[in-house]
Write a protein that binds this ligand. Structure first.
Ligand code: SAH
Ligand code: AVI
Length: 338
């Protein structure tokens, strides 16, 4: 890896490793320029998550229409002891990819008693420095014996920095659904590659369900998702010296049946143009043209299992809610021995 990493000791129990210090500006330029020069313009959804976007996402999690968070929380509450039994007798790292806030991991940590909590280390990995730092500080305060290694990184590029020892990797919230198909498989392969035979991978998946429920979850009545969607342009304006006129765009989220995914777009309500100064790129949109900002894949068990097989992973346990709306899958590296 060509990335300069900086390890800083925040205090005795928190270390922060920053993988985004050097070559990322080049990589960011490449992916934004590539996406914005396609016929269907698109932006990588990771650009939602500056401090404002992370805060808006937390508001989304509490919306009545956004069933994903409360359903996954209920599954975690119901099954936390079984999930954390993974560590029985052999402790290691509890890794969380795309960790965001800490509300989900707390349920897993609470399933351990004080003595066991001292034997694991929590390793949150997130691209949003502010979210990672705030969540870690709060956890240090709540769990006085917990050690934390926070990694500021892009989980599609930096998985090899994960600690090499025994670990349970968690990837919650159905964030996997935000990766387009080839990247999703590449990501799963990457996770399999960094797993030891005895490691576990707990993956959250939002399942296929009625299009009405799916579309409502991404078109909330308070307009928070619309604000979250538009924040991606706000982030480009702030981080890349761009001048998008955000008022020229409206939020759009539709379920695309053939692709089994919700797509979020920003639709230009009139002809509009912008310059992204740091990337030396001019962008113009016709009235009605859209920029695709996110895909949110919805899974059937069979489709997910096909992905796992392709990536060299084996599902060894499924935890779901009574309606089958959301699943947590425990995966191992195919081939064992476990
Ligand atoms: N896991 C939490 C948060 C989900 S929101 C939950 O289930 O509620 C998605 C999180 O992933 C955000 O915190 C965002 O900053 C992070 N994220 C998105 N793309 C990322 C990437 N490529 N690499 C690392 N983190 C990423
Ligand atoms: C983070 N991710 C799983 C969310 C989702 O549902 O795909 C992001 C989101 N986009 C709009 N609302 C929430």
């Amino acid at each position: 890896m060509n990335t300069r990493k900086q390890l800083s000791q925040q205090n005795g129990r928190l270390q922060i490793l920053n993988c985004l210090l050097e070559d990322d500006s080049q990589e960011s330029s490449r992916e934004i320029v590539e996406g914005m020069t396609q016929r269907q313009k698109r932006l990588p959804s990771k650009y939602f998550y500056d401090a404002n976007g992370s805060w808006l996402f937390e508001r989304i999690c509490d919306l009545p229409e956004y069933y994903l968070t409360r359903t996954e929380l209920a599954i975690l509450k119901e099954n936390a002891p079984d999930i954390m039994a993974f560590f029985a007798g052999d402790f290691g790292d509890l890794v969380e990819l795309g960790s965001g806030s800490n509300r989900k991991i707390k349920i897993l940590l609470d399933a351990l008693d004080g003595a066991d909590l001292r034997k694991i280390r929590y390793v949150p990995v997130d691209i949003s420095e502010s979210a990672l730092y705030e969540a870690s500080q709060e956890l240090l305060y709540t769990y006085s014996d917990l050690d934390i290694l926070g990694i500021i990184a892009d989980f599609t590029r930096h998985l090899e920095v994960l600690p090499p020892g025994r670990k349970l990797i968690t990837f919650l919230g159905s964030t996997i659904g935000n990766l387009p198909s080839p990247e999703r498989i590449a990501f799963l392969r990457g996770v399999a590659r960094v797993m030891n035979p005895k490691d576990g991978f707990l993956l959250g998946l939002d399942m296929l369900k009625s299009p009405d429920l799916l579309e409502a979850a991404y078109n909330d009545s308070q307009g928070v998702t619309a604000e979250f969607n538009k924040n991606i342009l706000g982030n480009l304006n702030r981080s890349f010296s761009a001048d998008f006129t955000i008022a020229d765009f409206e939020h759009q989220a539709v379920f695309v049946k053939e692709k089994e995914r919700v797509e979020m777009h920003l639709r230009a309500t009139r002809e509009t143009s912008a310059r992204i100064a740091d990337l030396d790129l001019s962008v113009s949109c016709r009235g009605g043209e859209t920029i695709r900002t996110e895909i949110c894949k919805k899974f059937s068990r069979a489709a997910a299992q096909r992905d796992f097989k392709t990536a060299g992973l084996l599902d060894t346990g499924w935890f779901t809610d009574p309606l089958g709306w959301f699943s947590l899958v425990m995966l191992r590296k195919a081939g064992g021995p476990w």
